[in-house]
Design a protein around this ligand. Sequence first.
Ligand code: DGT
Length: 139
Amino acid sequence: MKSQDAQKKQRWLPVVAAIIRRENRVLLGRRPEGGSLAGLWEFPGGKIETSEQPEHALTRELREELGINAEIGPLHFATAHHYGEVGVLLLFYEVNYWTGQPEPLHHSELKWFTPPELKTLSLPEANRNVLDRIVALLK
Ligand code: DGT
């Protein structure tokens, strides 16, 4: 039987994130002030709700966060990371087609970055493992 502390340590969040490309640039949003990981640049997306299909979660998040209707492309990478007691499993999907103009409905700022610019940004730790693979995808 596991103690409550041990169970707490196993909190695990599945998260979907989008690699939204326009030519050789990729769209990132800056996490809003006052929340976790504030001020860091992240790939748009968010938590998968219970019983939700990952692609549906990403479509929903992109509508809520950016106001776009996106067609979700292939799943490219998965990476896991722990922030203290919470683990995140991040699934990165490619998004090449959408309608609407991305707007910062959730982020403090949205910006398109080239691969060299991406490498200079402050990103959540969880993204460090996959940055090289994302950059390779943009070439
Ligand atoms: P919070 O403040 O941690 O409750 O989360 P929210 O509601 O701001 O976060 P949400 O729904 O975007 O959840 C995503 C979680 O995954 C959050 O803990 C941050 C983490 N994460 C790490 N890298 C990324 C990334 O590139 N994109 C997104 N969307 N989340 C990331």
